[in-house]
Design a protein around this ligand. Structure first.
Ligand SMILES: *Cc1c(COP(=O)(O)O)cnc(C)c1O
Length: 369
């Protein structure tokens, strides 16, 4: 019996991307086997973490890497690492930082909410977040003023479609940070596919969610400078205890990284674009719908709009109707206020894509009667 049937759960076709409330991603059976084997086994966890360190560092091309429960905890522990280094007493005292510096600078437009405010992830370490500039704009002077403050311990930047305002030159911000001996962290949770170009920014730590495009079990990859990665690992004797990676997730990550290294990313992109092209062509044949390919970061997506006045349905009602299908079809809803529906097809099988198209056709036909 399928797990959904056994437990009475809603079956979902997820065209909403790597979205946590929908189960994020689909792991391969190889990753599944690795997790199952790990669950039935004992390990010397430090040895497993050392193996993960080598695997992540080799994959990313960084000095070191480790695994946390997820990126939200990766943010907290990376900040903690900049507050304490590997000092056992300081680690044990967190989130109390005594009278030591504890300010974390974040461009105001990078004050994102991924289901939790990133400011809370910072504060959980015992740090004080300080926003530079406004949500529309943060100049290099805005950043430098804060980075020059002796109370500053770290710069946190975000690479995500969730950020707002004028784009920030990450490399320039990080250079300014280093000029003031302040380490820089980049939260690029869903952008592992762009990791090589992000590494060029020169940040000290990079954070990626292994359960997103890598399709591993839930885990946060923290990679970068060896001393800081070591300080992240050292948090396991402090606030990191409740944020640890499980043995099964570490083994799943190792397998997912091997699989990623075995695929040709260029071909992968071509396949994704051809799936999107096919979908766009078919969707444009449905009366009342208009479909376009969009250059998404990090992957190509589809933008659907409902063409008034030919149809009696709007984007919001269409999304509701899709949800009410069996299986329930879920799409990206963040641009609904502008009448736009985004779809991501990366993890979907052909049958599921066909089901979305036939559901769209059926809903639009019904609504034009
Ligand atoms: C998903 C995401 C997070 C949170 O990652 P988790 O692994 O779910 O904790 C943080 N920041 C950004 C930019 C994200 O996209």
């Amino acid at each position: 019996m399928k797990i959904h049937e056994k437990y009475g759960l809603t079956e979902v076709i997820n065209a909403a991307g790597t979205f946590t409330p929908l189960g994020v991603s689909r792991s391969t059976s190889m990753v599944g086997h690795s997790v199952a084997e790990a669950l039935g086994s004992f390990f010397i966890i430090e040895e497993l973490l050392d193996t993960a360190n080598t695997a992540i560092a080799n994959w990313a091309g960084t000095q070191a890497g480790t695994v946390t429960h997820c990126t939200a905890s990766g943010i907290t522990l990376a900040i903690a690492a900049t507050l304490t280094g590997s000092d056992a007493q300081k680690i044990a005292a967190l989130p109390d930082t005594g009278d030591r510096p504890n300010r974390v600078i974040l461009p105001a437009g990078h004050n994102i909410n991924y289901g939790q405010s990133i400011l809370q992830a910072i504060r959980l370490a015992g740090a004080t977040p300080v926003l530079a500039g406004t949500s529309e704009q943060c100049s290099s002077e805005d950043l430098e003023t804060h980075l020059a403050d002796p109370r500053t311990t770290c710069l946190l930047l975000v690479s995500s479609r969730l950020v707002t305002g004028d784009p920030i030159d990450l490399s320039a911000a990080i250079r300014t940070s280093h000029k003031h001996n302040v380490p820089a962290i980049v939260d690029c949770a869903a952008q592992d596919i762009r990791l090589p170009e992000l590494l060029d920014t020169g940040a000290d730590l990079f954070l990626v969610s292994a359960q997103k495009y890598l399709a591993a079990p839930t885990a946060g990859l923290v990679m970068g400078k060896a001393s800081l990665v070591e300080a992240v690992r050292a948090q396991s004797k402090g606030i990191g205890r409740g944020m640890k990676a499980s043995k099964e997730s570490i083994c799943g990550v190792l397998t997912a990284l091997e699989e990623r290294q075995n695929i040709d990313l260029e071909n992968w992109h071509i396949e994704q674009i051809s799936k999107v092209d096919h979908f766009v062509n078919r969707a444009n044949q449905i009366t009342g719908l208009s479909a376009k390919k969009t250059d998404g970061l990090p992957v190509t997506r589809i933008c659907l709009t409902v063409e008034h006045p030919r149809s009696k349905i709007d984007a919001i009602a269409l999304v509701t109707s899709l949800k009410n299908q069996t299986p329930s079809i879920r799409v990206m809803e963040y641009a609904l206020p502008e009448g736009k529906i985004f779809l991501e097809l990366v993890p979907l099988h052909t049958k599921e894509i066909e089901h979305i198209l036939s559901s769209l056709s059926e809903i639009m036909t019904r609504s034009s009667k």
